[in-house]
Design a protein around this ligand. Structure first.
Ligand code: ADP
Ligand code: MG
Length: 337
């Protein structure tokens, strides 16, 4: 008896191909002044390029709208006009500002997007900072209460004409959430997306957890910790990404204390406002969405160890890993086993 060998081989090849067509895909692009990393699994390789493009396009779209470095971004327009009176803004920008104001209220003003009133005068690459006179003069314009947002009508005004905003403490967390929503719309179930210090993990790494490294804040080549995670977001804020050391051996970095209008004091042995053991140099927050973990990591950084960890303990579904100025690591209660 003859077997129909050819059709059988064809069928086997087809089935095998169905398997070989499923694979991990990786991409890395420079967007939002940082590196965006994407890794995802798809059961259909032919869709991979389209999925990849859709995710990266979304990061570019958000950057085009929210970048303070692009004159034609919506954010730049708002910073030029909202100090003169009410302006119309997109529903998306209204949502992000509303969330920012929520965290300003929740943190007693530690999270405050109007830090940019002074923050915009800093250039960490060039080693430029605001002088004391300018800092004192503009400090009253740093206050989230100057932001008048009509969330229903999508209208915005700044009550102080000098006030400026910057969404660097929340935009990347928002973006990784958007990226995951796009991946899910394509049926992707396993992915890792990160933009600088903000990452979101969709599912697991197909049978094992994702391993996320928290960088050693003073040694680029080392991890301070590696933690297994799945289906969650994690955001890290540190004083080591964008900084310079000034003439007084003082670390001038990108996370501002809105109370002083200056970078949060993280020097190990300075005569700063906060007691040494309270100063943090790295804060990682784990929780369901980047839209929350990102502002929370910035907030806890500014609040310091005691108040910062207390805030995380009060919130459901969030955990923290912090490193103080003496390089000691502490965990919120949910991570202490
Ligand atoms: P990144 O992921 O860029 O390292 P972080 O989550 O650590 O960001 O937040 C730092 C960024 O947040 C700064 O670069 C700045 O744009 C913004 N920022 C700094 N200080 C504050 C603050 N007190 N409140 C809100 N945003 C801030
Ligand atoms: Mg943050």
């Amino acid at each position: 008896m003859m077997y129909p060998v050819r059709p059988l081989l064809f069928l086997i090849a087809l089935l095998a191909c169905g398997v070989c067509n499923a694979d991990w895909h990786y991409d890395k692009q420079a967007i939002m002044g940082t590196e965006v990393h994407l890794q995802f699994w798809t059961d259909d390789d032919s869709k991979a390029a389209e999925i990849n493009r859709a995710v990266m396009d979304e990061f570019r779209r958000i950057d085009a709208a929210l970048s303070p470095y692009k004159d034609n971004s919506e954010l730049s327009r708002v910073n030029r006009e909202a100090g003169k009176g009410e302006v119309n803004i997109s529903p998306e920008l209204a949502t992000i500002i509303d969330k920012s104001l929520h965290y300003s209220d929740r943190t007693g003003g530690a999270f405050d997007i109007t830090f940019a009133t002074l923050g915009s005068l800093y250039d960490f690459r060039e080693g430029r900072k605001a002088d004391m006179e300018t800092t004192q003069a503009l400090l009253p314009a740093v206050n989230y209460r100057h932001i008048a947002l009509d969330q229903q009508k999508h209208r915005l005004a700044f009550k102080d004409p000098r006030t400026k905003i910057d969404l660097g403490g929340i935009a990347k967390g928002y973006s990784v959430d958007r990226a995951v929503a796009i991946l899910q719309s394509f049926g992707v179930q396993n992915a890792s997306v990160s933009a600088g210090g903000d990452a979101r993990l969709l599912g697991d790494k197909r049978g094992k957890p994702w391993l996320i490294g928290i960088r050693h804040p003073r040694d680029k080549s080392k991890n301070a910790a590696v933690i297994p995670l799945e289906n969650t977001a994690i955001s890290t804020s540190g004083d080591y990404e964008r900084f310079f050391i000034d003439g007084d051996d003082h670390r001038v970095h990108h996370i501002f204390n809105p109370t002083t209008g200056q970078p949060t004091d993280t020097d190990a042995n300075s005569d700063g406002q906060s007691p040494e053991q309270d100063k943090l140099i790295s804060v990682s927050i784990i929780g369901p969405e980047g839209f929350d973990t990102d502002p929370l990591s910035t907030s806890v950084f500014v609040l310091g160890k005691k108040k910062g960890l207390a805030l995380i303990e009060e919130l459901d579904n969030f955990e923290a890993i912090v490193i103080d100025a003496d390089h000691r690591m502490f965990f919120s209660s949910g991570l202490q086993q």
